[in-house]
Ligand binder design. Structure first.
Ligand SMILES: [Zn+2]
Ligand SMILES: [Zn+2]
Length: 725
């Protein structure tokens, strides 16, 4: 018998080993093995087992070394998970070992990782205590009452000593032995159990769709506050009743204690939580509780898609449009797509939930690849905010940070003792050049996308096709000398606001003000306690926050999001505005949202103000089709980096020229990154587009084979890239 082993060395190949006869019976696919490698020992996963003729042939070809040991008899990967890893490796063009590595928390496979053991005292029931001393009789009775406990805490609670308990054990009335103690990440005290809430008609219909026999993924399109979580909870409960398990994926930023508590209060110990804030020990225990089947539901961010849940019945991807589901380092998988793939491999139902679905998922629903379930009403009494678009192209507002309408609206809130949130899109990543006078943004005519400003050579480049122009001196539209690549900063907005409202209490939240640990929570806590009237902040305040006293939300510069040099700019603006305006009026008080812009006709703004996602999607999809952008093609970025500027530019140019000749592939010119030099590395990028992703994978595999890059040049393909800078 032979075994193919994936060793964690990123060599992108499997190694064959012989299996000693005494291990043949115990060996299983997915186990962690210890194997000789060169002159040292390495660890790897059993990927497949070769027997019979296949094994005999391999044995003749090679002089095979035997594996040394099986590190853990229970497999780390099921056959289905190994198959999943193989498909991800092929799709992302990354080594299989790197996918396997990403699929298991590092804390679980560390050589010294083990469960925590503590001494436990267990009473032996039904013994006659007549022969004991009065004190011992009392201790025995207490042990029975408490049903035992951990030695240390027990001594404290019963005001006794280890020696007394050991005497009791020696007399046969208790056992004292080490036992595994779970490092519980939710030790925040007792969480009260909750019960299923009554569903409204839309929620009930969505639940029926999820639990039907139709195997297609469900796209659950539900507006903010429509009660998606309750639908997830009841779908999971139904799966548990059928004896199946579930995975719930949540963006890391929304994985707050409140979110986790909702799941724990419904399912108690059957939940395991996997997220980055856990200690190594906690992560080890939670993962093992899932693998052993003790926990049936895994909740976590994107890596939870690999959780070894047994008999998987359901995968929920909440906020499926979130960019944090895409891993930005190798393997560059998209957890939503992996969820759909895993669901298919394991026969599990997949639910993708969002108020503003990604256009990729929306098109799949329109085509019938996914089933669409819609929830268009807010649960409970909350009403949707009134959204107003403020045109900044008026003599009184032009060039100002705050329009007259917004200032008046803020004043009314101050008078009524209500709160306001002002939202400022951060410019750091946008890097487009805009006219401060008329709002015009310089764009590539061929791609109809804003140019990206490159400080190093003071020029504007299109990152899709590679075209470039020098920065003009005046605005091509209004001829004012007002072109800028800098936006308004939160500090400037805060100062200007204070000047308008001398006595208002203002809090600011941005990367600077939250660099101190906990200050994020401190600021939000203070605002929640109404210690401030106005909160000014960046993207961070857009998500998952719920303040009952906030009745006004202002978006200061919707344009800076619209004008990002990214073909998803309109989609992201729509998502952002839906999220931001969802902050206003979530409780009993009705809310207003004001959106300031120089482009009041932009469909993303108009449809966001109306809350008409379907109309926005239809319009935006037509534009994507026209421009040959996803979801009508797959778009990948080939990223090159090197410490030698000349070397990387020469290779990027040569690669781009070679790729341009591949039929079925649209390759742009090589473009230096807007952040041309970051930490000593020069970065270049080539954008590749094709209808079928396989064409991109195949072209890149071919190219790196015929023109392998020198060692000092790092090249990585980012399939379905989310960020183009
Ligand atoms: Zn202008
Ligand atoms: Zn272009």
């Amino acid at each position: 018998m032979l075994v193919k082993v994936a060793i964690d060395l990123a060599l992108d190949r499997l190694f064959i080993y012989a299996v000693p006869v005494e291990l043949e019976k115990e060996l299983a696919v997915g186990q962690l093995l210890s194997v000789p490698f060169g002159w040292r020992t390495a660890r790897g996963y059993a990927f497949s087992i070769l027997t019979g003729e296949e094994a005999r042939q391999e044995e003749q070809n090679l002089k095979l070394k035997p594996i040394l040991a099986i590190v853990d008899k229970s497999p780390f990967f099921s056959t289905a998970l190994l198959q999943l890893a193989k498909e991800i490796a092929a799709y992302t063009v990354s080594p299989l070992e790197s996918v396997l590595k990403a699929a298991i928390p590092a804390a679980v496979v560390k050589p010294n990782a083990r469960p925590r053991e503590r001494i436990y005292v267990d009473p032996v029931p039904d013994k006659d205590p007549a022969a004991l001393t009065a004190r011992q009789q009392w201790l025995y009775a207490q042990l029975l009452r408490l049903d035992g406990g951990w030695l240390g805490p027990l001594c404290t609670e019963l005001k006794t000593t280890t020696a007394s308990l050991r005497n009791l054990a020696a007399a046969g009335f208790a056992t004292i032995a080490p036992r595994q103690q779970r490092r519980d990440p939710l030790r925040c005290g007792r969480i009260l159990p909750s019960h299923a809430l009554a569903l409204n008609a839309e929620q009930a219909a969505a639940l029926r769709t999820i639990l039907s026999d139709d195997p297609r993924p469900v796209l659950l399109h539900g507006i903010t506050g429509s009660g998606k979580t309750e639908v997830y909870l009841q779908a999971i409960a139904a799966e548990l009743d059928r004896g199946r398990g579930a995975i719930v994926m949540v963006p890391e930023i929304s994985l707050t204690p409140q979110t986790v508590q909702r799941f724990v209060s419904r399912f108690g110990d059957r939940i395991a939580v996997l997220h980055s804030a856990l200690s190594d020990g906690e992560r080890y225990d939670e993962w093992h509780r899932i693998r052993s089947g003790e926990a049936r539901v895994a909740v976590g961010p994107r890596s939870a898609v690999f959780a070894p849940v047994r008999n998987l019945g359901l995968i929920v991807v909440d906020e499926e449009h979130e960019t944090s589901y895409k891993q930005e380092e190798s393997p560059r998988y998209h957890a939503r797509d992996v969820a759909v793939l895993r669901g298919r491999l394991e026969g599990a139902r997949v639910v993708l939930g969002s108020a503003t679905p990604s256009l990729e998922s929306w098109v799949n629903a329109k085509k019938g690849k996914y089933v669409l379930a819609t929830m268009s009403r807010r649960a409970g009494n909350a009403t949707l905010p009134r959204v107003q678009i403020v045109d900044m192209n008026t003599p009184q507002d032009r060039g100002k940070i705050f329009s007259q309408d917004l200032l008046q609206a803020i004043q009314r809130r101050l008078d009524n003792g209500e709160q306001t949130i002002l939202f400022l899109n951060r410019r750091g990543y946008s890097r487009s050049v805009t006219c401060e006078n008329c709002g015009y943004t310089l764009s590539c005519e061929a791609c109809d996308l804003p140019y990206t400003y490159h400080r190093a050579d003071n020029c504007l480049r299109c990152h899709i096709c590679g075209r470039w122009i020098p920065v003009p001196a005046v605005c091509p539209q209004c001829h004012a000398k007002a072109l800028t690549y800098k936006g308004i900063g939160t500090q400037r907005a805060e100062a200007a606001l204070q000047a308008c409202f001398k006595r208002a209490r203002i809090l600011r939240m941005d990367a600077d003000s939250t660099s101190r640990k906990h200050s994020h929570d401190d600021i939000l806590g203070a605002f929640r306690r109404h210690e401030a009237d106005i909160l000014v902040g960046t993207q961070m305040i857009a998500k998952g926050l719920d303040f009952p006293n906030v009745t006004l939300v202002g978006v200061l510069n919707a344009d800076s999001s619209l004008n990002m040099p990214d073909f998803r700019a309109a989609e992201r603006t729509y998502q952002l505005l839906a999220q931001v305006s969802g902050r206003a009026g979530r409780a009993a008080l009705p809310g207003d949202a004001l959106i300031q812009t120089y482009s009041p006709e932009e469909p993303a703004l108009v449809f966001a103000a109306r809350g008409d996602y379907a109309a926005f999607a239809e319009q935006e999809l037509a534009a994507r089709k026209e421009g040959f952008f996803p979801p009508y093609c797959h778009l990948a970025a080939l990223n090159l980096r090197c410490k030698d500027a000349a070397l990387v530019s020469a290779w990027a140019t040569m690669y781009a020229q070679s790729l341009a000749k591949v039929s079925g592939l649209t390759a742009g010119e090589a473009v230096p990154s807007a952040l041309e030099k970051a930490d000593e590395w020069y970065r270049w990028q080539i954008i590749l587009r094709a209808v079928h992703p396989g064409i991109i994978c195949k072209a890149w595999r071919w190219l790196r084979e015929v023109r392998p890059a020198p060692k000092e040049l790092k090249v990585a393909l980012d399939m379905d890239a989310r960020t183009l800078v």
